[in-house]
Write a protein that binds this ligand. Structure first.
Ligand SMILES: Nc1ncnc2c1ncn2[C@@H]1O[C@H](COP(=O)(O)OP(=O)(O)OP(=O)(O)O)[C@@H](O)[C@H]1O
Ligand SMILES: [Mg+2]
Length: 239
């Protein structure tokens, strides 16, 4: 469903990503792992239209996304939860969600799969805090609102950047449970993750990014051997 071909991207004239090739199939969960500064967030920002490619192609379901602006990407089934979440913290949870609901309806029309009610059922805490300002919520609760908002954009590919960093284990478990449920409903997931344990638990395969390049691929069924052999982990990853 997503093909990235010979992608170069960065800031100003300076490339951060060099000749990136990767793909995600329908209903697949794929991880991007790698050390701090490897370019993971830059890749996410390029996929969602916040950074323009300098060269190469990003093709989603046959359409070349090229320099399509970020707000048009939900029309192609792409929604993202950014590292800093980018929620409207002064607004209520409900207002944040209703804004996304409207945008999702415009983007997806009859293809819409997630109603506001259905998304609130996934995250009971979000439902409880529906009228509260987002800024008053805990980090974990805000992350749930950010995922709920992304789902209301009606994606078939959900991109998540450092979803679990800084969150309590109980909240992480709850969020990962929801993501697993979404997968059974056909959602493809691109997970940028510092924790190799979580990446291995949540995804089918992975790309290891280092200094802006894909230095290794972890294929279907290869997670157990990667976890058992600490060379890759020592070289590029955190445990
Ligand atoms: N807005 C920016 N302007 C210029 N350079 C940037 C900008 N954002 C990131 N960079 C640089 O791009 C490189 C990759 O950063 P990026 O945030 O993509 O890495 P990352 O893999 O997501 O790291 P982390 O694990 O810390 O989140 C770094 O050298 C960083 O300094
Ligand atoms: Mg990052």
């Amino acid at each position: 469903m997503l093909e990235i071909q010979s992608l170069r991207a960065g800031y100003g004239a300076l490339p951060v990503l060099h000749d990136i090739n990767l793909s995600i199939g329908r209903n697949e969960a794929v991880a991007i792992v790698g050390p701090n500064g490897a370019g993971k967030t830059t890749l996410v920002r390029t996929l969602c239209g916040l950074v323009s490619p300098m060269a190469g192609r990003i093709v989603k379901d046959g359409a070349d996304l090229g320099t399509l602006p970020a707000h048009k990407r939900p029309e192609h089934g792409i929604a993202v939860v950014l590292e800093n979440r980018n929620l409207f913290v002064e607004l209520s949870v409900g207002d944040n969600l209703r804004l996304a609901e409207n945008a999702g309806r415009k983007a997806a029309g009859d293809r819409s799969r997630f109603s506001l009610e259905a998304v609130l059922e996934l995250f009971p805490i979000v439902k409880e805090r529906y009228c509260a300002s987002v800024g008053l919520l805990s980090g974990g609760q805000q992350q749930m609102v950010a995922i709920a908002r992304a789902l209301l954009l009606q994606p078939d590919l959900l991109i998540l950047d450092e979803l679990t960093t800084g969150l309590a284990p109980k909240i992480v478990k709850e969020i990962l449970g929801v993501l697993n449920g979404l997968r059974t409903q056909g959602m493809a997931i691109l997970l940028v993750e510092q924790s190799i344990t979580i990446a291995a638990e949540m995804t089918d395969r992975a790309y290891v990014l280092s200094v802006g390049k894909v230095v290794q691929e972890i294929g279907h069924g290869e997670w157990p051997s990667v976890l058992a052999d600490d060379r890759l982990i020592k070289a590029y990853l955190h445990g």
